[in-house]
Design a protein around this ligand. Structure first.
Ligand code: SAM
Length: 351
């Protein structure tokens, strides 16, 4: 028997899927769930049950439900619960059926690949929180264009900021699914780590709020020649880059609203004992300015035939000129700013 310990839980994995590389995702999940004070949580695609068990034990959530369509996985979950003296409800249902039948305060979707086929039912079921993982980064980020369009009803583009593009395409679909049910969303934390996108949403009921949420959807006009981009409310691209006159392409619809909630992330940071990597990701997310997408420092330097200097000096230069600027967890060489390409180039040359 192969026993594994992750966080405060020791469990078996034989007969169900378990990916040790997702431990960081689950560490952050425990920290967020704990700091939000959640009392009822559904792990809709639970496999070995590790995610929900950690939430029960480490985030001290009183009412945890673990669900999986596989009877083998459910038997394993019962054993794992026993071994850890955790009380939780195990159901062996198609997640979409369960989510249509019952409401939960918090719903967690952690599927193989795309969560898109579960989002309509999860949006209905979630009363206050919806947490979603997507591991299909190729369709989300523009590498598999048609698959991205089919799964997310949006056109992704392969750009230097494709990691954030993927997160915003997923957020855009969630906003539309929730809006169909007169619900709105507020992203509390968005991170793209290793091979997956993870979003934490606060959900609220109300048609007016849902309308306001939909107004935060838009498009990005991207120039593949120089890497500059323009945010648009409508799918009306000029087709020509205002910076270099190169040909542009359009991505969207996608979420252009805030993707991080600093106070919520800081609370998760201060109420949990996180690994250094998890802490680093959350600290970077909390420090990101609210400006969609980012510039790639090194590819701009390459285009301008400059040796890249320190990225922090570029940020300082932008800030001293009155722009907002920060680094981003999405990409180590990314410059997040509300400045346009011309001003970013100036800051790079002068720093
Ligand atoms: N959340 C788990 C964790 O953190 O270790 C991993 C879940 S695994 C990626 C996806 C699980 O979804 C599998 O165990 C699979 O049996 C289950 N599954 C697939 N389709 C399902 C469906 N329609 N309803 C419920 N469970 C389903």
């Amino acid at each position: 028997m192969n026993l594994i310990t992750e966080g405060a839980v020791t469990f078996e994995t034989e007969g169900a899927f378990y990916n040790p590389r997702m431990a960081l995702n689950r560490d952050i999940n425990v920290a967020m769930t704990r700091s939000l004070g959640i009392s009822q949580y559904l792990d809709a695609l639970a496999a070995s049950g590790i995610r929900g068990m950690r939430v029960a034990k480490e985030a001290e959530v009183g009412e945890v439900s673990l669900n999986d369509i596989s009877p083998e996985a459910c038997r394993l979950m019962e054993k794992n619960l026993d071994r850890n003296s955790i009380s939780a409800t195990v159901t062996c249902r198609n997640a979409n059926v369960l989510l249509h039948e019952r409401h939960f305060q918090a719903v967690d979707l952690d599927p193989f690949g795309s969560p898109s086929s579960y989002l309509p039912a999860a949006s209905r079921s979630a009363l206050e929180y919806l947490f979603v993982t997507a591991t299909d980064t190729a369709p989300l980020c523009g590498a598999h264009l048609m698959s991205g369009i089919r799964k997310y009803l949006a056109t992704p583009l392969r750009t230097p900021y494709h990691r954030e593009m993927g997160a915003r395409i997923l957020l855009g679909l969630a906003a539309r699914e929730l809006a169909r049910l007169d619900k709105s969303m507020k992203p509390l934390l968005t991170h793209v780590t290793d091979h997956y996108v993870r979003i934490y949403l606060k959900v609220d009921k109300g048609a007016k709020l849902a309308d306001r949420c939909l107004q935060k959807l838009g498009y990005v006009e991207h120039c593949s020649v120089c890497g500059s981009f323009t945010l648009l409310n409508e799918a009306k691209a000029s087709g020509v880059c205002s910076h270099c006159s190169g040909k542009t392409s359009l991505a969207g619809p996608l979420w252009l609203g805030k993707v991080q909630d600093g106070p919520a992330i800081n609370k998760a940071l201060s109420t949990s004992n996180l690994s250094r990597r998890a802490e680093k990701i959350l600290t970077a997310c909390s420090g990101e300015i609210d400006a969609p997408m980012y510039y790639d420092h090194h590819s701009i330097c390459e285009r301008l035939s400059l040796t890249p200097g320190r990225i922090d000096l570029v940020l300082e230069r932008l800030i001293s000129r009155g722009f907002q600027a920060s680094r981003t967890h999405f990409y180590g060489l990314g410059i997040k700013t509300d400045a346009n390409m011309e001003d970013v180039e100036e800051a790079i040359r002068k720093s």
